[in-house]
Design a protein around this ligand. Structure first.
Ligand code: CDP
Ligand code: MG
Length: 836
């Protein structure tokens, strides 16, 4: 086949495929489905009966009857002894005193901002007060309250708690809905959902028909989705004067939100917490006689990780963070001024970029041995650190002894059965230790915590608009977050908080964290704006609470044009519309769509899951050579980390089927946990693709899917473009170059990092990290023709634009072979146009 012929194949195949697949079907996810059968949306019922007055009257009757049923049921529960007991507890929460005032203000104002100390009863009580008062007024069946949570786990935990407080099972009057999972029934009136779920509902129902109250929780976190939702809701309010909006926040900066909504009233729920004593690093250096020097060699992963983190942090700091640089100044000052010689000694060798696991272990030992009873909450940066520390502690004589310590993890990606354990009270004499991410800061309340250990960092996505590179790095938290973490120790009695950093570092923290909108790439958000038909992207974003920099917006729009999600005039293309329905990054979504189109989803889902979770290949510092050669075996001269991942996963699946996959993982330096996470994500993807109509509902297994290596490379290229780098094999080295950065290098744990020659003219890569030079992570070799046909945008009739854009790249790299191919394609195209 001539390249052009092939190109046409690709074009028509994709065009025909996408237009056949009904995106509308995809949009009717469970939320909208529920509105169709009248679950939470009585307006749906009204609409169906139209203007038929008789039917309307009948409908009114049904609603009234249902409302009365709800009222009787609620009363029955309140009259029961269990209900009484629960009510007593609920009355003891600080929010209860404000109940009437809250309800009155909400009924008189369209927007209300509510703030209050964590644990005072905002999330569990306020939505319930609204529900109860509607039920008491016999309007229960006509109300529909949606309360958004930034995280899946809190939506699930909170709904379960509220259902229990109402003496019901989940899915009766209270339910939840998170991506791909939910529990709600015909009569659900109060729905806890993630912010993403509400945004997706807005896709099908811009006016939120039938919804009476929207409660946006945890707004102080300033997540991107929440900021986005606020713009949409603010625009919607004038059209829905009956809709009530309540914003809830744990901190006191309610003014910002109030003024964004034209001076909406704010209500503060005064809370009570016991005092918590703060110990900073220098205090417990004195207190426990701890010497940092001996522990500063840091953790399990060995030096390499520390080194990498340090380097990344340095690079990051150089580019951006004024927060971090003031922390640096503070540290420098601390090392030279004002501390006792022992503290100073310790501080000067204290490495702020990696909080040693051993330091945490030391503090925990101190608490378990010397302190009074009470649960311990440890704030760490992420899932991987939590698991490694958990492993390390489990091998310890104290922490590994279940009769003394109950060791638990708490992070966003854990199973719900595991989740529940964190709320349970351990047996007497057993100390509960929960290792958590910053999720436990505000959205989750563990009642019996008396001790908090705070590492001072949280993983934060940051984005450097100038280099157009996103990074996910542990960075210093804000003062507000540190105070919040500390506060978690004072819920039941006076508490203690161990901050694993000096006081001067705390002083240098910024007051509040930068909103996510200002520190992450905006590509997915821009797609959402377009698919919700919210007009010009830059106009829309300029209405945000704190608008992002124009350069970031421009980069995102440019990127979306390059990958073919937007056309030149910023309209959503068919591809773009499909991408916006998939809740993954556009490049991963594009890979999935191409995988579906070209019938090789099975391997592609593995790649996409691997890229969204993390690398399953372990590289222990002391066995690096062995681990690298184990990984190289999977690559088998393929020059592709992605193909290696596919093989490793397939091998694990096969060995799981026969026996336990652990031995296989052990032998091959693979993380069983990560492979399991990839496995579960793959399942989610296939539901998702069925739900969006991209693959057939009836597709059961993947046996018919192609595993052709060339095809897989091509689809990977389609997703990862414009992440391409040119390869020139030289005598002693390999020259790698990207258009934006010039010379680049590969990470040594890439299968392409250790070879002496790469027999491909190009590599596509997933991610680059700027240290001093730019390093590429995970790459796959591709041929000229694959780049020519799959790089950039493909849409029917879009060949001209496709070539024009690629031409820029190709000219830059000056590769004769591909340039010839490109010229002949172009000539063919011109002739074709002439003919037409
Ligand atoms: O949202 P806010 O932080 O203000 O508090 P909340 O989540 O509504 O929790 C109020 C109280 O309910 C907490 O102080 C806990 O005592 C209790 N609660 C519980 O026992 N179990 C849960 N799963 C959630 C809350
Ligand atoms: Mg809350």
């Amino acid at each position: 086949l001539l390249p052009f012929g092939l190109q046409r194949e690709v074009d028509s195949h994709l065009g025909a495929y996408l237009s056949k697949k009904s995106i509308i079907k995809g949009r009717s996810n469970s939320l909208s489905r529920s509105s169709n059968n009248g679950n939470m949306n009585n307006a749906g019922i009204y609409k169906r009966v139209g203007s038929d007055i008789q039917n309307n009257v009948a409908m009114e009757k049904i609603i009234r009857r249902k409302s009365l049923q709800l009222r009787n049921k609620q009363q029955e529960w309140l009259d029961s002894s269990e209900g009484q007991q629960m009510l007593e507890f609920r009355k003891s929460l600080p929010a209860f005193k404000e109940r009437d005032m809250l309800l009155k203000t909400i009924s008189e104002n369209q927007v209300v901002v509510v703030s209050g100390e964590t644990g005072c009863g905002k999330t569990t009580q306020l939505p319930q007060y609204i529900l109860e008062s509607e039920i008491e007024a016999a309007r229960g069946a006509a109300c529909s309250i949606i309360c958004t949570q930034p995280r899946r786990i809190s939506a699930m935990a909170v709904s379960e708690r509220v259902a229990a407080e109402r003496g019901e099972n989940l899915g009766e009057s209270v339910g939840y809905k998170v991506r791909l999972e939910g529990m709600k029934g015909r009569d659900t009136r109060l729905l806890f959902c993630t912010t993403g779920v509400l945004l997706r509902r807005l896709l099908v129902d811009r006016n939120l028909t039938g919804v009476t109250h929207v409660i946006v929780d945890e707004i102080h976190e300033r997540g991107m989705n929440e900021d986005f939702l606020l713009i949409v809701l603010r625009d919607l309010l004038p059209q829905r004067p009956d809709l009530r909006l309540i914003l809830m926040s744990a901190t006191l900066n309610a003014e910002l939100f109030s003024s964004y909504f034209g001076g909406a009233p704010t209500i503060h729920i005064p809370g009570f917490t016991y005092p918590v004593r703060a110990h900073f690093l220098e205090d417990f250096v004195e207190m426990t006689g701890y010497r940092l020097t001996q522990y500063n060699q840091i953790d399990d992963y060995g030096q390499e990780k520390t080194w990498k983190m340090q380097k990344q942090a340095q690079a990051f700091r150089k580019r951006k963070s004024h927060i971090a640089s003031s922390v640096e100044d503070a540290l420098e000052a601390a090392n030279f001024k004002g501390y006792s010689s022992r503290t100073q000694d310790s501080l000067s060798c204290w490495n702020p970029d990696s909080i040693g696991f051993n330091l945490i272990e030391h503090v925990l030992c101190h608490i378990v041995r010397r302190e009074r009873p009470g649960a311990v909450l440890v704030f760490m940066t992420g899932w991987d650190d939590i698991n490694s520390l958990k492993d390390q502690l489990q091998a310890h004589p104290i922490f590994g002894d279940p009769s003394r310590v109950l060791l638990l993890a708490c992070h966003g990606s854990m199973a719900s059965s595991e989740q529940r354990l964190i709320f349970d009270k351990p047996e007497d004499g057993v100390r509960k230790i929960v290792l958590a991410t910053n999720m436990a800061e505000t959205s989750i309340t563990i009642n019996d915590v008396v001790f908090v250990v705070d590492c001072g960092k949280a993983k934060e996505t940051s984005y450097d608009a100038l280099n157009n590179t996103p990074c996910l790095l542990p960075s210093w938290i804000s003062k507000a977050a540190a105070r919040q973490r500390r506060g978690r120790a004072g819920r039941v009695q006076p508490g203690e908080c161990y901050h694993l950093y000096p006081k001067c570092v705390y002083e240098a923290f910024s007051d509040y964290q930068l909103p996510e909108l200002l520190r992450t790439p905006l590509q997915s958000l821009c797609l959402q704006i377009k698919s919700l038909q919210l007009g010009s992207i830059s106009d829309f974003l300029s209405r945000a609470l704190q608008p992002p920099e124009p350069l970031s917006v421009q980069n995102a729009v440019e990127y979306l044009k390059v990958i073919g999600a937007l056309d030149e005039s910023e309209n959503l293309t068919i591809l773009g519309r499909h991408l916006s329905a998939l809740p993954v990054e556009p490049k991963l979504g594009k890979m999935l769509i191409y995988g579906a189109v070209f019938n090789c989803l099975d391997p592609i889902m593995t790649v996409v899951a691997g890229l969204s979770v993390r690398d399953p290949f372990l590289m222990p510092f002391d066995k690096k050579d062995l681990a690298e050669s184990a990984k190289a075996q999977f690559s088998a001269q393929d020059y592709s980390d992605h193909l290696a991942l596919i093989r490793a996963y397939d091998g694990w699946k096969a060995s799981e089927a026969q026996q336990s996959g652990y031995e296989y993982c052990w032998k091959n330096f693979l993380s069983a946990q990560t492979l399991k996470a990839i496995d579960s994500l793959r399942k989610q993807f296939s539901y998702l693709l069925k739900d969006t109509g991209l693959i057939d509902q009836r597709t059961k297994n993947c046996n018919t899917w192609s595993h052709d290596e060339h095809l897989i490379r091509a689809v990977i290229c389609a997703g990862l473009f414009p992440g391409i780098c040119s390869v020139v094999n030289k005598e002693k080295s390999i020259g790698l170059k990207t258009m934006e950065d010039g010379q680049v290098l590969l990470y040594s744990n890439s299968v392409n990092g250790a070879v002496s020659k790469i027999p491909f003219p190009w590599l596509v890569f997933n991610e680059k990290v700027k240290v001093n030079t730019v390093f590429l992570r995970d790459s796959t070799g591709i041929s000229d023709s694959v780049l020519l046909l799959f790089g950039g945008k493909i849409s029917s009739g879009g060949l001209d634009g496709h070539l024009k854009m690629l031409g820029g790249y190709l000219e830059f790299f000056m590769k004769p072979a591909i340039a010839d191919m490109y010229l002949s394609l172009k000539k063919e195209l011109e002739e074709l146009i002439q003919e037409k």
